[in-house]
Design a protein around this ligand. Structure first.
Ligand SMILES: *[C@@H]1O[C@H](CO)[C@@H](O)[C@H](O)[C@H]1NC(C)=O
Ligand SMILES: *[C@@H]1O[C@H](CO)[C@@H](O)[C@H](O)[C@H]1NC(C)=O
Ligand SMILES: *[C@@H]1O[C@H](CO)[C@@H](O)[C@H](O)[C@H]1NC(C)=O
Ligand SMILES: *[C@@H]1O[C@H](CO)[C@@H](O)[C@H](O)[C@H]1NC(C)=O
Ligand SMILES: *[C@@H]1O[C@H](CO)[C@@H](O)[C@H](O)[C@H]1NC(C)=O
Ligand SMILES: *[C@@H]1O[C@H](CO)[C@@H](O)[C@H](O)[C@H]1NC(C)=O
Ligand SMILES: *[C@@H]1O[C@H](CO)[C@@H](O)[C@H](O)[C@H]1NC(C)=O
Length: 814
């Protein structure tokens, strides 16, 4: 009997508890929500209430994740009208049935209802949707109002982005002004509806980025992993409604899309439970070619080329002077007018198709019909399939200028561009090239040819070099010392390359932390698939790299090759990379001068080994703080060496999500002409040395008084004989000032404009370690032509195309 009553009581408690709990996600018209109270969705994923963003004291009604500790606001009601005190009140007005937010009887915000409700209730759903509905009707079709129709700066899974022509809703996301002010910023992500709709990022009324239209598989200008580990991307268009949506592959993950005016980007983020932080899976725009119309009308942007802009075939730059000065805004015009009758098409492979504003679409036509239709209409400039699945279907044609084209090998599609038949005569393109050169006397194209020749030559040289050393594949089989790892073992060690184990994204692919069965901790570099290299070639290269052994180089433990997968297994460096120390407000304090001294000398020795002492004589080409790893005793170890040699040609393809980050380290001759040598590594070392001394990023430019960059700033202070002002305030007390002054001098020597004026790494090592008199300084290389007045930091923030053009072409110059 006692047991029974106990059970009854327990049942009662359980029941009433769940009732109480359930009630917390709903308000009826007799209830209200005051500041300090919140609504919590049924299973506790979201919470609605009043909040103040950051240091601001303004109060807003908003929604955030209930179950994560970092306050992340996903929706705000009164974005434009903050409440200045704690008197905010949310209720359903019993006479109008509307949802109203008021402050002392003054209405601050009100919902826009589709119709008047009889018996309305407000409910916060577990999807993060705040809905006003009839108390007895939970059908989502019948919601009277929902917050999903009025996004703030965040798109949650299941939310639509796009237009509904019946209800005239245009669902778009608009960035906050800044992290303390949710009012409408000027960065918007919205669907532009034309015959072939596509999402754009706008800055005010200016287009800044375009993801390209949906081609049945993805957006042609925005490569995504397929299958994507986190998101499922949807696109829907039935004439009444056109929208884009993200859904979660695994509902237990927390992920979102947002636009941020501070970073000037759109981000896809996922919550990492283990790290307790948000991880940026992907951000756009990524590079120069992503900025809208980077190469102007009829220009084609290829990030792998130097320079990146090229006119389409049959076109020439409209204003060669401006074009050669890296101002591409005027774009290209036809060499020869179309004669309409005898035209043909040039096929471009792997393209982000042009802006679809002036396009025409028929979903049922085939490609041949499309070609005919385009040929028959004299104003049709290009065509392609609108859906690339199953060999392609549908027809999209473009009229007038072709805008915002770029090469996008991993997401793009074929594009057929109309040219007069005379342009097609010579398919191997040699005659065509010569004609263009003669025609436009374009220095840039000559330069490009030069780079191409150079590349070809250097590739040839590399081969010759290899055979000179006698590395035939036969010999390699004999001394294969490098352990080959089993893919399944590595998959287990890294928990199937889980996001939680991702350490970062390097130049050639993501890096994961893993733990082998025997307990050894490893770092696994997963090389991007498109590196386009044969297996035996890859193996040979890896074996060569593995032979590079030096205490200031990261040790390669082995590799793994299986089908498409190519993995490199390295020793794990518990202290991560140097940039996480020198540029971090709290960590940098740990780097007292003696440690920095040790690190500087270690890097110099490692680099000297690569340049001179190793059998391969490797030019690193990407020396920067994030490529210097630190072991448990803070010994520096250079990473990613040898990869440029192996994968250099495909680096940009290898990592499309990569941000523009290494611009600040590039030597001017490498930036301008793609010429690299050991001396360009010396230049990068000089930058790194300066960064270690100052604790400032060269690429963070703007804050250095009136200087262009850190190097110029340093040079100015040096000339004014005030070099000690450069020193990081955190080391001033622990350092030997004359020694640091000497290091600044060495750094400036490494930064000389002309490669021949820079010391070799062996001289650098000598100078670092002795008191010998140092050579006089001439002119550091921060003047990379007149047009470089700024630079891009790790994000795409500057809007002047020439600047970013330079910075990006620099990045991928090989
Ligand atoms: C809000 O609700 C509380 C009780 O739930 C009530 O005491 C209060 O008067 C209400 N405030 C307004 C302004 O309706
Ligand atoms: C409800 O709305 C009506 C009409 O706008 C207004 O007169 C009334 O004061 C509102 N009631 C409340 C409780 O806000
Ligand atoms: C935008 O990004 C910056 C830098 O990552 C971050 O500090 C800020 O909180 C973000 N802004 C918003 C509104 O989330
Ligand atoms: C966008 O807003 C920011 C800050 O509010 C401002 O600095 C910038 O000039 C604006 N850009 C445009 C294109 O309006
Ligand atoms: C979804 O994620 C959770 C937690 O990360 C995991 O436990 C579960 O196995 C995943 N489910 C699937 C189907 O992958
Ligand atoms: C699309 O093309 C098909 C096949 O050529 C044609 O029958 C149809 O009328 C076209 N639709 C439109 C809207 O032009
Ligand atoms: C070419 O196509 C456009 C768009 O469909 C149309 O407006 C124009 O009349 C066509 N021109 C000719 C000559 O068919």
């Amino acid at each position: 009997m006692a047991v029974l009553s106990f059970m009854l009581i327990s049942f009662y408690l359980l029941f009433s508890y769940s009732k109480v709990f359930a009630a917390a996600d709903t308000i009826t018209s007799s209830q209200n929500l005051t500041d300090g109270k919140t609504l919590i969705s049924n299973i506790g994923s979201f919470e609605l209430g009043f909040f103040s963003p950051g240091k601001s004291s303004n109060r807003y009604l908003g929604m955030w994740y209930k179950n994560i500790p970092v306050q992340t606001i996903v929706w705000v009601a009164n974005r434009q009208k903050p409440i200045k005190d704690l008197s905010g009140l949310l209720l359903i007005n019993s006479s109008t049935g509307n949802l109203v937010l008021s402050q002392n009887k003054n209405i601050v915000w009100a919902a826009t209802l589709k119709r008047k409700a009889q018996n309305p209730v407000l409910q916060l759903l577990d999807s993060g949707n705040l809905v006003l509905r009839e108390a007895n009707d939970e059908n989502s079709e019948n919601f009277i109002w929902q917050s999903f129709d009025y996004p703030s700066d965040t798109l949650l899974p299941g939310m639509k982005l796009g237009k509904d022509f019946r209800s005239c809703l245009d669902r778009q996301v608009t960035a906050w002004k800044n992290q303390y002010d949710p009012s409408l910023g000027n960065l918007t992500w919205a669907m532009k509806v034309n015959s072939y709709p596509e999402p754009f990022m706008w800055q005010g009324s200016k287009k800044v980025f375009r993801s390209g239209p949906w081609n049945g598989v993805q957006y042609s200008g925005k490569p995504t992993f397929r299958p994507h580990p986190i998101f499922d991307f949807r696109y829907f268009n039935d004439g009444n409604e056109v929208y884009y949506m993200i859904l979660l592959v695994n509902k237990s993950k927390i992920a979102r899309m947002t636009v941020n005016q501070t970073t000037n980007s759109q981000h896809h983020l996922v919550w990492l439970e283990k790290k307790q932080s948000w991880d940026r899976l992907a951000s756009v725009p990524r590079d120069f070619c992503d900025s809208y119309g980077a190469c102007g009308p009829n220009g084609n942007c290829d990030i792998k080329k130097v320079p990146s802009c090229e006119c389409l075939r049959g076109f020439q730059s409209k204003s060669p002077e401006r074009w050669n000065a890296l101002d591409y805004s005027e774009g290209c015009v036809r060499n020869k007018l179309l004669n309409c009758k005898n035209d043909g098409f040039v096929k471009y492979i792997g393209m982000k198709v042009p802006d679809t504003t002036n396009s025409w679409l028929n979903k049922s036509m085939t490609r041949n019909e499309c070609r005919e239709e385009c040929l028959n209409n004299c104003s049709c400039m290009a065509y392609t399939n609108s859906d690339i699945r199953d060999g392609g279907s549908g027809c999209v044609m473009w009229f007038d200028d072709l805008n915002d084209l770029r090469v996008q090998p991993d997401a793009g599609q074929d594009l057929y561009v109309r040219v007069p038949s005379s342009e097609l005569e010579n398919n191997n393109g040699v005659k065509w090239k010569i004609r263009v050169i003669v025609g436009s006397a374009s220095v840039i194209i000559l330069g490009m040819l030069f780079v191409l020749c150079y590349r070809y030559r250097s590739r040839k040289n590399q081969k010759d070099y290899g055979s000179m050393l006698g590395y035939t594949s036969k010999e390699q089989k004999e001394d294969l010392e490098l352990p080959l790892f089993d893919l399944s073992k590595i998959a287990t060690a890294t928990d199937h390359f889980s996001m939680d184990n991702k350490l970062g994204e390097g130049g050639f692919g993501p890096v994961y932390k893993g733990k082998l069965e025997d307990g050894q901790v490893i770092a696994v570099k997963r090389l991007s698939r498109s590196s386009g290299q044969g297996l035996s070639e890859f193996k040979n290269e890896v074996i060569l790299i593995a032979k590079l052994q030096h205490r200031n180089l990261v040790t390669l433990l082995g590799c793994c090759i299986k089908d498409e997968e190519k993995l490199l297994v390295y020793e794990y460096m518990p202290n991560k990379s140097l940039d996480s120390f020198i540029f971090d407000q709290t960590q940098r304090i740990l780097l007292v001068w003696s440690r920095r001294h040790h690190i500087i000398c270690g890097i110099a020795r490692g680099l000297l080994y690569l340049h001179q002492d190793s059998r391969l004589r490797i030019i690193h080409r990407d020396i920067k703080a994030s490529n210097i790893l630190l072991d448990s005793e803070m010994n520096p170890k250079i990473s990613d060496f040898g990869l440029a040699r192996t994968f250099g040609g495909d680096q940009s393809a290898a990592n499309t999500e990569r941000v523009v980050g290494t611009y600040g380290y590039m030597a001017p001759e490498y930036a301008m002409d793609g010429n690299f040598s050991a001396k360009s590594d010396v230049f990068s070392f000089g930058i790194l040395l300066m960064e270690i001394i100052t604790g400032k990023k060269n690429s963070g430019f703007y804050s250095y008084n009136d200087s262009l960059n850190l190097v110029e700033y340093a040079w100015n202070l040096w000339r004014e004989e005030r070099p000690l002002e450069l020193i990081d305030e955190f080391i001033k007390e622990t350092c030997n000032l004359s020694e640091v002054r000497r290091f600044i001098h060495i750094s400036l020597l490494c930064l000389e404009q002309h490669p021949q004026d820079r010391p070799s790494m062996s001289s650098v090592v000598l100078m670092l370690g002795s008191d010998a008199v140092l050579p006089q300084l001439r002119q550091p290389g921060f003047f990379i032509g007149e047009h470089l007045h700024g630079g891009s930091s790790s994000q795409f923030t500057n809007s002047s195309p020439s600047i970013n053009g330079l910075s990006i072409t620099v990045l991928d110059a090989r």
